[in-house]
Unconditional design. Structure first.
Length: 395
């Protein structure tokens, strides 16, 4: 059996909304449907019935995104009922995992045309209540927030594995001696690059605003922030000697993203030139408390599989869960030119809607390669509970 080439024909995303912000009134299944519908509408030569499957990443799945949000997106988007959908969960890597799974199906001949993406509404993530061990408890019961992080943690897990995500970022800062000043400088650059990219119209061909919502640009970008403003923020996780603050960490967000993937036959049916071709991917594990360094080995393996090296990269979208973890990864890739990393801003400015972020990164790389005309690009994320995921694209 021959392995087929897999192409990304198009990629779209919503503007990323802040927690409790402009998109908080929109259900996650509606956000997912919006990007699926927008993607299909942008390729009018493709019969939607030709879509073999829709893969969507979703990290929480505890609220309105329950019951297979990918399938709900298909139905809400008005696609034929014959188009199936599957939801995948690799926490922060869910959207990229969806892209990889769709690409794998096409490469193996199980599909010719697929949609892959991700969605998250952290604003609308519900509180959940565990069922009591026995009926009719007389005492108070605890609600757990499903917005972010550990909950209902299994007591058999070692305590050092289940630290807060921000404490994990502090551990990476300790490991690589990353100062508060370095983290704030990294965060400031993220906002500056994102603001400049929007001002230049670099996101115009990629972002599809949600109708009826007054949001046309990523909501968390702070054009006017400064070194002094970031320095005034207090540490969030370590009161004494802490370096991780709200200013040098990604915020809580809402958003969705989707990509159209095809083989050669599907490409002819779209009548379009592809943005990029998928080259290789890799996933790795690491101790949960050091999750921020998860991409280190995944990126190395993906590049090795692709026959490429750090010096070949035209662009590299590295998810900025925290400035500390991003800088920690960069410290372990001395061969990498940091100038190619997140050239249009990263998640500290743009936002990190968990299940959507990986799809956003893959789409961003594809659009950047298309704009450049040629090159090799890479998308990678750290993942809570200790994993890393990477995807190599080329044009």
């Amino acid at each position: 059996m021959s392995i087929r080439d897999v192409y990304i024909v198009d990629a779209v995303r919503t503007p990323i909304g802040k927690f409790g912000g402009a998109l908080s009134s929109v259900r996650p299944d509606d956000l997912a449907a919006h990007v699926v519908r927008s993607l299909v509408d942008r390729t009018p030569d493709l019969d939607p019935a030709r879509i073999d499957d829709v893969y969507f990443g979703d990290a929480n799945g505890a609220g309105e995104d329950n019951r297979d949000v990918a399938r709900m997106a298909v139905l809400l988007a008005g696609l034929p009922a014959s188009v199936p959908g599957v939801t995948v969960n690799r926490l922060c890597g869910s959207g990229l995992e969806a892209v990889i799974q769709a690409a794998r199906a096409i490469a193996l001949g199980d599909a010719s045309v697929a949609v892959a993406g991700g969605v998250e509404s952290m604003s609308r993530a519900p509180w959940v209540l565990q069922k009591p061990e026995r009926a009719f408890p007389a005492g108070h019961q605890q609600l757990h927030s499903t917005t972010l992080g550990w909950r209902m943690t299994n007591p058999r897990l070692p305590a050092e594995w289940t630290v807060a995500l921000g404490e994990g970022a502090e551990l990476v800062a300790d490991k690589h001696a990353i100062s508060r000043e370095a983290q704030d400088a990294f965060a400031l650059a993220s906002h500056q690059k994102a603001a400049e990219a929007w001002a230049k119209g670099l996101y115009d061909g990629e972002v599809v605003p949600y109708e009826g919502v007054d949001l046309v640009r990523d909501e968390c970008i702070r054009d006017s922030t400064s070194t002094e403003a970031l320095a005034r923020l207090k540490p969030s996780f370590r009161r004494d000697g802490g370096t991780v603050t709200p200013g040098n960490a990604s915020p809580l967000n809402d958003g969705a993203a989707a990509l159209l993937l095809v083989d050669e036959d599907g490409l002819r049916e779209t009548g379009r030139e592809p943005l990029a071709r998928i080259r290789a991917s890799a996933v790795t594990g690491i101790e949960p408390q050091l999750f921020g360094l998860g991409p280190v080995e995944a990126v190395r393996r993906a590049l090795e599989k692709s026959g490429r090296g750090f010096g070949d990269l035209t662009t590299f979208e590295l998810n900025e869960a925290f400035a500390a973890q991003s800088l920690g990864c960069l410290a372990e890739w001395p061969e990498l030119d940091p100038a190619v990393v997140n050239p249009r801003g990263g998640a500290i400015a743009i936002g990190h809607p968990l299940g959507a972020s990986g799809a956003r990164l893959a789409g961003a790389v594809a659009h950047q390669l298309a704009a450049a005309g040629s090159g090799t690009g890479l998308a990678a994320l750290c993942i809570g509970v200790g994993q890393g995921l990477a995807l190599v694209l080329e044009r």
